[in-house]
Ligand binder design. Structure first.
Ligand code: ATP
Ligand code: MG
Length: 241
């Protein structure tokens, strides 16, 4: 069993400034954060096999240390329904991405089950301030965060009640409470994720920044489908060093 510590140490030893897609999923699982079933596959053939094990429909995502924004370079193929589609999508990424991102090394593919339809997408982020230490951010996906900066923050350590207030503070909260016949979202499941990310930031000082984006929010439950963890080496284990 790979522990969170192993994941972080391995990445830093390989001089990687972030966890790879599947490593990020493993870290979340270790903190009991719900993620869709997934496999790492080193080749298009293996990706097709992995998809059959997981069950369709699946998503294929490129895994490359040099590719941070996967969808920008055609590195996310959604809603694939057969092994053939999976193999083809992976092959195309293998061919195109090193040309789009010069020198990008494609290590393989994250094959992930499609999250069920009907989600409201939210974002849970983590930052580490040199003075205040870790803080957690919450907002709704897409334009709400990017265009309106409609987000809330709490500096760790904070309580579950704080996590609930964070959600209520954003203007888009109404979308979580149900609107136009859409059912309300499972706020408990979201609070669990906020609290888990807080623990991750408190327990792993090498994580400088975290971005769970998006988190799929449902009337029952939630699923993190993409996570980015930015790492930095701690010198001499000094807090804040
Ligand atoms: N397992 C999944 N099920 C359903 N939809 C998904 C899944 N994974 C990704 N998506 C959709 O595809 C989008 C892009 O995927 P992802 O976030 O993994 O890539 P990305 O390159 O990090 O995107 P960005 O850099 O824009 O955040 C997500 O915002 C989500 O809407
Ligand atoms: Mg993303």
């Amino acid at each position: 069993m790979t522990t969170p510590r192993d994941l972080v140490e391995n990445a830093l030893r390989a001089s990687r400034g972030r966890l790879l897609e599947h490593e990020a999923m493993m870290l979340l699982e270790a903190y009991k954060v719900p993620v869709p079933p997934y496999r790492f596959a080193p080749s298009p053939e293996e990706a097709a096999k992995a998809a059959e094990e997981i069950g369709f429909p699946v998503v294929v995502k490129v895994v490359s240390p040099q590719v941070v924004h996967k969808s920008d370079v055609g590195g996310v193929a959604l809603g694939l329904k057969t092994p053939e589609e999976v193999e083809k999508a992976a092959r195309e990424m293998l061919e195109k991405i090193p040309r789009l991102v010069r020198g990008a090394e494609v290590l393989g593919f994250l094959v992930q089950r499609m999250a069920p339809p009907g989600a409201v997408e939210v974002v849970v982020g983590g930052v580490r301030d040199p003075v205040f230490g870790p803080a957690i951010m919450f907002g709704l996906g897409g334009v709400f965060v990017e265009l309106f900066q409609d987000v809330s923050f709490r500096v760790a350590p904070f309580t579950r009640e704080d996590a609930e207030e964070m959600m209520q503070e954003v203007k888009a909260y109404k979308l979580l409470r149900g609107y136009r016949g859409k059912p309300p979202r499972d706020l408990d499941a979201l609070a669990d994720i906020i609290m888990a990310l807080q623990r991750i930031m408190l327990e792993i000082p090498e994580i400088r920044e975290a971005d769970l984006n998006p988190v799929m929010s449902y009337p029952r439950g939630a699923l993190v489908v993409d996570a980015r963890f930015i790492l930095e080496r701690k010198r001499g284990g000094e807090p804040g060093a």
